[in-house]
Write a protein that binds this ligand. Structure first.
Ligand SMILES: O=C(O)CCC(=O)C(=O)O
Length: 286
């Protein structure tokens, strides 16, 4: 793909294939961390997509609300579709080195499928949960070890998580290849056998495929745990998040627009089936 791109080492790739996740340290600078934390505080008071108990909403769907329900900056927040809020959220979609690693792992025929900001407040009421991403469908599909994954998530950690039960991302290493039986009475939780609660520092990133069993542990610490999530999928799978308005499109570079599904021509039946001829070139140019 040319250019000066950062690459995962052979040892990291082996860990990716074996454990199904990577913990990359100090990816964001402390000033980037500070900026994104301030942005999370700011957008909480703004309208956006948040979870809601509206019985009219199908499972997993978000609702457009006037603000987060809790306006305390350490209270719970789960905001989707972040690109509308600032250029920093747009630029994070293809920032080095994480996007270089995503291209290395997934290949060039990809798009951005979701963005999300989550605050897991300290609470003894939240038991944590465990799941795969992509719902019932993707869970049933297991690619071979060396295949590019169908969908991958980058979790940007914005607050230190240095002890267990601090809202840690909890993973089941290897479960991307050896799926855990799910059509049974067995309920997976972050405390089921095989679970590993990950530690991390503000600025670190975890990469994992949607097929890895994962989820947040309880947060019994005295701090809120704050993260950003950027998801990527193979181009034909398509985004399940973004409304790409003209305003967002005009703030994006050609590569960012392509990642949002703009193929360089108007959509018509057949688009997204084959990749555009210039896909590799567009992905290679930051
Ligand atoms: O850690 C969280 O708050 C949620 C993360 C998660 O479950 C996910 O990335 O799907």
């Amino acid at each position: 793909m040319g250019g000066d791109v950062e690459k995962l080492s052979a040892a990291q790739l082996e860990q990716w294939h074996t454990d199904g996740y990577l913990h990359l340290e100090s990816v964001l600078t402390q000033s980037e961390v500070k900026h994104f934390l301030q942005e999370m505080d700011r957008i909480r008071a703004l309208p956006g997509y948040e979870p809601d108990n509206d019985p009219e909403l199908p499972m997993g769907h978000y609702k457009w609300l006037e603000s987060a329900k809790d306006l305390d900056t350490n209270g719970f927040m789960d905001r989707r579709d972040l690109l509308i809020y600032s250029p920093a959220f747009i630029d994070l979609m293809d920032q080095a080195p994480i996007f270089d690693y995503i291209l290395q792992i997934m290949g060039p025929n990809i798009m951005l499928s979701m963005t999300q900001a989550i605050v897991r407040n300290a609470s003894d009421k939240f038991p944590g949960y465990t799941h795969t991403d992509g719902g019932e469908s993707l869970r049933r599909i297991q690619v071979t070890e060396n295949s590019p994954p169908i969908a991958v998530k980058a979790m940007f950690v914005l607050t230190d998580v240095t002890e267990e039960d601090s809202g840690n991302l909890t993973v089941f290493p290897g479960s991307q290849r050896n799926q855990i039986p799910y059509d049974s009475d067995r309920m997976m939780t972050p405390y089921s056998p095989g679970a590993a609660q990950l530690m991390g520092k503000a600025g670190d990133v975890y990469l994992f495929p949607h097929s890895l069993w994962h989820g947040p542990a309880k947060n019994l610490s005295s701090n809120s745990r704050k993260i950003l999530l950027y998801n990527y999928c193979q181009l034909w799978v398509r985004s399940y998040d973004h409304n790409v308005t003209p305003d967002i499109a005009q703030k994006c570079s050609p590569r960012q627009r392509r990642l949002l599904g703009d193929l360089g021509y108007d959509f018509r039946p057949g688009s997204h089936f084959y990749v555009p001829k210039d896909q590799e070139q567009v992905m290679a140019k930051a």
